[in-house]
Design a protein around this ligand. Structure first.
Ligand SMILES: [Zn+2]
Ligand SMILES: [Zn+2]
Length: 200
């Protein structure tokens, strides 16, 4: 595996971590508060280096996302405004099926966005949007000989989802936001809403 930087990541939560000795991750909490979640299972285990570069396309028979370079991804940036957190720079994977061999075909894109938080009525929400349309036109990575066109007219809209380390950032941001606002239910309670509105 080729790496473009040497940032060390925990092999379990995929977050940047201190390296103790010989590429072993220091003890750290997961995903945000050790009180709630305990010590991360990657504590004391070998670290990964990243961010890595994903292949242009890959098929059903890959080893692991780490070995092919999809993980770890560049770490997304989180910005909070009021009751909303916007997470940018998210790598997404898009999947579709080859019509000939019926196996999965995957493409990655960069620059996606995840938004979490509470709306003006205090209702919790999550939104996500891939940054770019996936683009690939070439042979099926499953080796069936078919030409596959990602992002073309003939394809079903591929399903897109953020990679695992972006999800970890998402859970951490939820934890931080809930803690800061003092909201511990999926939506704000009427008293949360009254308390937070009067604080403005
Ligand atoms: Zn960890
Ligand atoms: Zn195929």
């Amino acid at each position: 595996m080729q790496n473009t930087t040497t940032e060390a990541r925990c092999s379990h939560c995929l977050m940047p971590t201190e390296v103790a000795t010989d590429g072993v991750a220091d003890a750290h909490d997961f995903p945000y508060a050790v009180d709630n979640y305990g010590q991360c299972k990657g504590s004391g285990k070998a670290t990964l280096a990243g961010p890595a570069t994903p292949p242009a396309v890959w098929g059903a028979n890959f080893t692991t996302l780490m070995e092919i370079g999809v993980l770890p991804s560049p770490l997304p940036q989180a910005k909070r405004e009021g009751w909303t957190v916007t997470i940018t720079g998210v790598r997404f994977t898009h999947s579709a099926h080859c019509w000939k061999c019926r196996q999965c075909v995957y493409v990655a894109t960069e620059g996606g966005v995840i938004q979490i938080g509470f709306d003006h009525k205090g209702k919790g929400f999550e939104k996500e949007r891939a940054g770019a349309r996936p683009a690939y036109d070439g042979p099926c990575p499953n080796g069936c000989g078919n030409r596959v066109v990602f992002g073309g007219q003939s394809w079903h809209r591929p399903s897109a989802r953020p990679v695992a380390d972006a999800r970890t950032v998402q859970w951490r941001e939820w934890e931080q936001l809930r803690r800061d606002l003092g909201v511990h239910t999926p939506d704000m309670t009427p008293s949360d809403l009254a308390r937070l509105r009067s604080a403005h």
